[in-house]
Design a protein around this ligand. Structure first.
Ligand code: AMP
Length: 138
């Protein structure tokens, strides 16, 4: 059982921000900024790839409210919302979670983006594979 599954059952305590039948949100214990919050589905699932549509929708429904609450509590002037999905993407706790990280002055997420340029010759293949994948799942 993951750490977050134990937080859902109450075996491990948390600083609860929000709770409903499908979603739990609580303060990150090692925050990047004030009011850094984790939003998790109650469905036990390691990867966003495998999360049910219903659980995903339940999270999407409350995310704006949690962003507003975290920004109110932090006085943040911006907010990063991110999901580290998979060990290669930096995921450490193998239960789906979204980080809500207000940007407060110097505190918050520091991004290192290395943007490329969309290759027009590659677009058709990218879209073909993505559309096929989405048709299979949806
Ligand atoms: P990730 O690297 O995306 O898997 O992030 C896991 C997050 O969980 C980290 O930001 C940790 O600080 C946070 N975390 C780990 N244990 C706890 C806990 N008991 N309560 C709250 N947050 C936690």
């Amino acid at each position: 059982m993951t750490l977050f599954a134990k937080i859902i059952t109450g075996e491990i305590p948390c600083h609860r921000v929000y709770d409903d039948a499908h979603v739990l949100a609580f303060l990150d214990i090692n925050p990047l900024s004030r009011a850094h919050t984790l939003v998790i589905p109650k469905e036990r699932c390691a990867s966003l790839r495998d999360l049910s549509d219903d659980a995903g929708a339940a999270i999407g429904r409350v995310l704006p409210r949690i962003v507003r609450a975290a920004m109110a509590a932090s006085g943040g002037t911006g907010c990063n919302v991110l999901c580290n999905d998979g060990a290669d993407a930096g995921q450490e706790v193998m239960h789906v979670h979204f980080h809500v990280i207000p940007r407060v002055g110097d505190h918050g997420l520091r991004r290192t983006w290395r943007p490329g340029r969309l290759d027009p010759e590659d677009v058709a293949e990218i879209l073909d594979v993505m559309h096929q994948s989405m048709a299979r799942i949806g």
